[in-house]
Design a protein around this ligand. Sequence first.
Ligand code: CAA
Length: 244
Amino acid sequence: MTVNRPKALNALNPDVLKDLKDAFEAVDLETTRVIVLTGAGEKSFVAGADIAAMSQMTKEEGEAFGKFGNDIFRMIETFPIPVIVAVNGFALGGGNELAMSCDIRICSDNAVFGQPEAGLGITPGFGGTQRLARIVGVGKAKEMVYGARNIKAEEAYRIGLVNAVYPQAELMGAAMKLAGIIAGNAPIAVRNCKKAMNDGLDTDMDNAIVIEEKLFGACFETEDQQEAMKAFVEKRKVEAFHNR
Ligand code: CAA
């Protein structure tokens, strides 16, 4: 899936956000195992929410725009299958927030991350005040958000904002390879892993392990679990998983 508005560095105006929502809603979950999200061009993943569109907003319109973006990013975060983001350049403001709503972030060596909002007179509005602290820790997140300081790919890697950095030309290949590895595992198990980790992180450990137990147990009703374990016992390889 590609955010495709390169003339404005793929900035998120309401139309682009609506397209992103429609694209996720159109995914066929029977046949799709993993989504790879990136931005068009070699310069920018997403350079933020559209500043021109926001420049005239009232308090009510700003709040509604924040909710529009937040609802879509939450849908991506909780999407049943994994979403890998290949950050191919600027990931600023809403761009960094979009990347943070994905499961796994990798980037090109020209990528730049940041939450510049405080320099524009606003707070991050699509989850940046929440997800950045959860990913890189509160102290680093506050430094980045209060200071509106952008960071380069290597620093993003060092603080755990991305899992790996690649030369631009190798980024999509690396994303597709990772997607292929995930797609090679049992689909229902992968989905249950995502749900267990996401839901568990939103609650305390006593409830989190119960969430895991239910999703672990549910796997034992699947054909894929039965076949994979039978194959192991019989010392042969599983030919294919059937999403059942
Ligand atoms: N909104 C609207 N248009 C944008 C944009 C944005 N966030 N980012 C870039 N563009 C547009 C520019 O206006 C320019 O358009 P024109 O050619 O029509 O003038 C085009 O994209 C190319 O941009 P630049 O000429 O500025 O390119 P550059 O290489 O000189 O600079 C940049 C690149 C450093 C990313 C710079 O464009 C920039 O600072 N962009 C804004 C980044 C930003 O502040 N993002 C946060 C937005 S606030 C937000 O996202 C709120 C939220 O949490 C919901």
